[in-house]
Design a protein around this ligand. Structure first.
Ligand code: PLP
Length: 409
């Protein structure tokens, strides 16, 4: 499928700087010489002759056959994100969870041991510890994020290690370079969920991870429209293995969603930079409010992982959380007193979203698990968008005033 390198199909030059990769890599131009990247909204592809069709199916000749296997628009998106992550390949799926399912189906078998970070996205924990455990995968969860917490559990070996950094919503940071050294020693595959920071602020492959995973649903879309997921890596045999599984498993990303994400990547660097700056401003303001007990944002020097975050991240992202005085009632009252912040579980949107994790995103966990993870019932999560941060602050001030008026009554 390699086309000639021309102005219409330039190489994704490894000398390009990150912003250029976001805009130019993975570009594909058709015979009409359209400027926008085309959307190949087609389930199958045609052949000139029966023999050609047979050759593709029988001998695996290069070329598109059916969009469950390959689609040019999906490939463009995969190439652009892989280039941004500093990987050799990208592999898109229908959602972030589909990416993790495909990963497990491809690289795990009964009897394998998987080691997971404690503060993973809830569905990731459930998928491994409930579903894959049924198929004979042994699951261990690391209680803590320091290198010695990991080494204690990794001492018993692992086929795959899955971590997320910084975690959502508390921003616990894992030392990815250290963890990758530990994984290399025991020949475990290290997978990092890079959804919160995106390659704009953190590139786990450069820190030694084997595979990076994304929910494209979040910052990559950036406007809360489409579901999608991606894996990126370096070893071409891994991509081959994923493709073999995908051909029969069919967790395929729709070409339309790929086209939305592919275009969304063009503005990812400036969206991430602005949303991070806005989140930093909101976090600093929150930290000074009397009814705010604690703000969790790796950009604040008060965050326990601030120094490590400064080493391995080039920014702190759009997600922060804070605990309010007065428990769950106060948290709900604050949320309800805001006028236009979006009350929804999604994050990474251009519109600021506000969430009460204990009763929504983390609501299915037991009280004990929530307590172990530090998700109190007075915790509120914000994913700060592109509005003027002072307007977001006005909304939060309204919410805090509603708490204070009850407390003072
Ligand atoms: C949303 C999310 C996922 C799951 O992605 P979906 O696209 O919703 O399937 C995985 N990890 C993180 C960190 C997420 O925020």
């Amino acid at each position: 499928m390699e086309s000639l390198v021309t102005r219409d199909n330039p190489p994704s030059s490894s000398s390009w700087r990150p912003a250029t990769r976001a805009v130019r890599s993975g570009q594909r131009r058709g015979s009409e010489r359209e400027h926008a990247d085309p959307l190949y909204l087609t389930s199958s592809f045609v052949f000139d002759q029966a023999e050609a069709a047979a050759g593709h199916f029988r001998d695996g000749e290069e070329g598109n056959i059916y969009s469950r296997f390959t689609n040019p628009t999906v490939e463009s998106f995969e190439r652009r994100l892989a280039s941004m992550e500093g990987g050799e390949w990208g592999f898109a799926t229908a959602s972030g969870m589909a990416a993790i399912t495909l990963l497990a189906l491809t690289f795990l078998k009964a009897g394998d041991r998987v080691v997971l970070g404690r503060n993973l996205f809830g569905s990731t924990l459930t998928l491994f510890s409930k579903t894959f455990a049924r198929f004979g995968v042994d699951v261990a969860i690391v209680d803590g994020s320091a290198p010695q917490d990991w080494s204690r559990v990794l001492a018993s070996g692992a086929a795959m290690v899955f971590a997320e950094s910084p975690s959502n919503p508390l921003g616990e940071v894992v030392d990815i370079a250290d963890l990758s050294r530990q994984c290399a020693e025991i020949e475990a595959l290290l997978v990092i969920d890079n959804c919160l920071l995106t390659p704009v602020l953190q590139r786990p492959l450069e820190l030694g991870a084997d595979i990076v995973m994304h929910s494209a649903t979040k910052m990559i879309d950036g406007q809360g429209r489409c579901l999608g997921g991606v894996l990126c890596g370096r070893d071409p045999q891994q991509r081959e293995a994923l493709m073999t599984m995908q051909r029969s498993a069919g967790f395929t990303l729709s070409a339309f969603n790929a086209w939305v994400f592919h275009n969304g990547l063009q503005t990812l660097p400036i969206r991430v930079a602005q949303q991070s700056a806005n989140a930093g401003r909101v976090a600093e303001w929150l930290a000074k409010q009397p009814d705010v007990e604690c703000v969790h944002y790796t950009g604040l020097p008060s965050h326990p992982d601030h120094n490590l975050a400064c080493q391995q991240q080039s920014g702190f992202g759009q997600v922060l959380s804070f605990a309010v005085a007065g428990g769950e009632r106060s948290a709900w009252r604050l949320i309800d007193a805001t006028e236009w912040l979006s009350i929804t579980g999604n994050l990474g949107d251009a519109r600021t979203t506000i969430t009460h994790p204990a009763s929504t995103t983390h609501g299915r966990l037991s009280d004990a698990d929530r307590a172990r993870m530090g998700i109190g019932s007075n915790l509120i999560r914000l994913s700060v968008g592109l509005e003027d941060p002072d307007d977001v602050i006005d909304e939060l001030a309204r919410g805090l005033a509603a708490i204070a008026s009850v407390a003072g009554a």
